[in-house]
Design a protein around this ligand. Structure first.
Ligand code: ADP
Ligand code: TRP
Length: 325
């Protein structure tokens, strides 16, 4: 089984990115020829319009992923734009993609609903994503819930292309981590960079504690029993706690007679301990830029070899391959 996923370098990764997507990457790694993960800089170009920031974000994304446990022996890590075959494949897929399919995709639809004009990059974003997936014969694509629609687009386009030209593409499946489909942010809404309610995985520890203390809670009296299942502070804590810690905290909620400050402190302690090994790993790579460059170059080489093979198959099938004379 071949696994693939991509994540945009739009800033430091936060808890939502980790529990919603990156934790799955790590779980599914094992064989570097079968697990491919990339930094989606071409997708990020639809929002990041500053070359220095793009470069810094790309490095941060690589360091965050390596720190969080992506192991170059067990997975191939690369930068999207280092594989130009994907952009070539995008065009082939574009020719079998109905406009209506893209008009229904949420990123474009939401922008339009807000009265903003979208560029063609944002509109055709799902086609590039389909090419990312199909270029590596990916079977499984671990993502956060909001990306499932795009994986359906990739399946649709693969199906249409195969229907017209023969059996070229593998049909991919999306995979969402059930436990944390949506990680809440400081305000209880979905944690997202665009809502400014995030806690980064490698947040400065003092700042992290401060942010945790700011997490919105209701103002019910101390002695009231509370339902842990509907409380976002509990949901956050549950991500970091062991089963028995989670159970203990849930019992405390149901009994009442505690303050949210107590839960916040437990959350801060648990989060700090949880990411501590990752912090040390990130530091290791941050002080070895040559090693990181090497990992990305090796990754791109392996990814290109696979993408070239799939592109050649697709070009031959639809008849645009140069004739062998
Ligand atoms: P952001 O919303 O902060 O811009 P992205 O859209 O770049 O984050 O998300 C990157 C990956 O992380 C996607 O697979 C997305 O589904 C996942 N993800 C982001 N935020 C959350 C969250 N709060 N809960 C679960 N998964 C999330
Ligand atoms: N669109 C994805 C996101 O915003 C990133 C991405 C690009 C991706 N290409 C991909 C994810 C291919 C999975 C597979 O999170």
């Amino acid at each position: 089984m071949r696994v693939l996923s991509g994540i945009q370098p739009t800033g430091r990764f936060h808890w939502g990115n980790y529990f919603g997507a990156i934790a799955q990457y790590i779980q599914l790694q094992g064989d570097c020829n079968k697990a491919f993960y990339f930094i989606a800089n071409l997708h990020a170009l639809t929002t990041v319009r500053d070359s220095k920031r793009m470069q810094a974000n790309m490095l941060d994304a690589a360091l965050d992923l390596l720190g969080l446990g992506l192991d170059p022996e067990q997975a191939t890590l690369f930068v999207q734009s280092d594989v130009p075959e994907v952009s070539q494949l995008t065009w082939l897929l574009m020719t079998v993609c109905p406009m209506g399919l893209l008009e229904r995709c949420h990123a474009y639809k939401e922008k339009k609903a807000r009265g903003l004009t979208a560029d063609a990059g944002l509109f055709t974003y799902p086609v590039l994503m389909a090419a990312d997936i199909l270029a590596y014969d990916s079977d499984l694509v671990p993502v956060g819930e909001d990306q499932l629609q795009h994986i359906e687009v990739a399946r649709d386009l693969a199906g249409s292309f195969n229907h017209l030209f023969g059996d070229v593409f593998v049909l991919p499946k999306g995979k969402v981590l059930d436990s944390s489909a949506k990680v809440p942010g400081l305000d209880g809404e979905k944690m997202s960079k665009s809502y400014g309610n995030t806690i980064e995985c490698f947040e400065d520890l003092k700042q992290q504690r401060k942010k945790i203390m700011r997490i919105a809670t209701d103002s019910r009296p101390l002695e009231d029993p509370k339902d842990p299942d509907t409380d976002h502070l509990f949901q956050l804590y549950a991500n970091f706690a062991t089963d028995s810690q989670r159970q203990e905290m849930a019992d405390l909620y149901r009994r009442g007679g505690f303050g949210y400050g107590q839960v916040k402190k437990a959350l801060a302690d648990a989060a700090e301990a949880f990411f501590d090994p990752a912090r040390q790993r990130r530091e290791y790579f941050a002080t070895r830029p040559d090693l990181v460059r090497d990992i990305l170059n090796q990754g791109a080489k392996r990814a290109r070899a696979k993408a070239a093979e799939v592109l050649a198959r697709a070009e031959a099938a639809c008849g645009v391959a140069a004739s062998p004379n």
